[in-house]
Write a protein that binds this ligand. Structure first.
Ligand SMILES: [Zn+2]
Length: 66
């Protein structure tokens, strides 16, 4: 019965715990990407040089809204 007890005390696997497990990591890298991909004075991204909002910044904002 130890396995059942582990299930109860551990993460609930019926609610997509794999997503819950990776989401904090995604959020951290998204936050780091947002810090890097900021617009500089000419309206372009300081990190990748694309017009703002650049794709990496858009993706990061989407992830942070999850
Ligand atoms: Zn960028």
């Amino acid at each position: 019965m130890t396995k059942l007890q582990e299930r109860k005390s551990g993460q609930d696997t019926s609610r997509g715990s794999s997503w819950d497990a990776v989401l904090p990591g995604y959020r951290m890298s998204a936050a780091a990407a947002l810090l890097e991909h900021r617009s500089c004075e000419d309206g372009r991204c300081a990190a990748c040089g694309q017009p703002m909002p650049c794709p990496p910044a858009c993706n990061a904002e989407l992830i942070l809204e999850l």
